[in-house]
Ligand binder design. Structure first.
Ligand SMILES: [Mg+2]
Length: 242
């Protein structure tokens, strides 16, 4: 049996806490190779989309290094660090063009209209609501406000509370973040399940503070990892015994 089969379904929780970016919210192609190339071109950069994989790896490394410095403090500067690593990874080398492209990408990231909901989100939220499960957002979001996202996508009929690292000043996986979200929702840790796309921030963070957790592995990058894991939110109700 796979680890997933061993660990799912979980007992139906009172509360599901959702991560936001790459869990419910799908960034548009503004934040992938085509968007970077288009934005860079506006500022005189000729970025090479063929270098996307290495640029992404450079961004992961830059995030790790930056977090080594900032620890668990919320860090809006991370957005700039990511954009710079991607732009330079794609071959951007003119300092003025790079700086202007970073500003444009960061500004675009703060606008809800540059994101969409994954197709599996609303059906999943409707099923959970029908089953009487409460829902919350717990996010390390950079640049965009959770309240704005909830209103923009009309999620307020599902999402009862939100907690952002920007508001708290610290980021997942810090246990304080999950504890604050649980207090806000009025639910004990063992009655809550965290669902998110990050092994470290969402899953390990939630498990460490006594919640249960499910990894949303949309790109099937963690097939062998011994964690409760789904590949689509369409599978979440069954994973929660609903
Ligand atoms: Mg995420």
């Amino acid at each position: 049996m796979t680890p997933t089969a061993l660990s799912l379904p979980l007992r139906t929780p009172e509360l599901v806490m959702f991560d936001l970016d790459y869990t419910l919210l799908r960034p548009s192609d503004e934040f992938e190779a085509p968007g970077y190339v288009r934005t860079g071109a506006r500022f005189g950069l000729r970025l090479d989309p063929q270098r996307w994989s290495q640029a992404e790896r450079a961004a992961y490394a830059a995030v790790k290094a930056r977090r080594g410095q900032t620890g668990e403090a919320h860090d809006d500067g991370l957005l700039e660090v990511i954009a710079r690593a991607v732009i330079e990874g794609l071959g951007g080398d003119d300092p003025e063009g790079v700086a202007a492209t970073i500003s444009a990408i960061a500004a675009a990231w703060s606008k809800a209209e540059n994101f969409g909901l994954y197709d599996d989100v609303l059906p999943c939220l409707r099923t959970l609501r029908s089953a009487g499960v409460h829902m919350a957002l717990v996010s390390n979001a950079l640049g965009h406000s959770l309240e704005e996202v909830v209103v923009h996508f009309a999620l307020d009929e599902f999402i009862e509370s939100t907690l952002s690292s920007a508001e708290l000043g610290i980021v997942k996986p810090a246990p304080e973040v999950f504890r604050a979200a649980l207090v806000r929702a009025g639910v004990e840790p063992q009655a809550a399940v965290m669902v998110g796309d990050s092994v470290e921030d969402d899953v390990k963070g939630a498990l460490a503070c006594g919640c249960r957790a499910i990894l949303l592995d949309r790109d099937r990058r963690f097939a062998g990892v011994p964690l409760a894991r789904i590949e689509s939110l369409a599978d979440l109700p069954a994973a929660l015994g609903i």
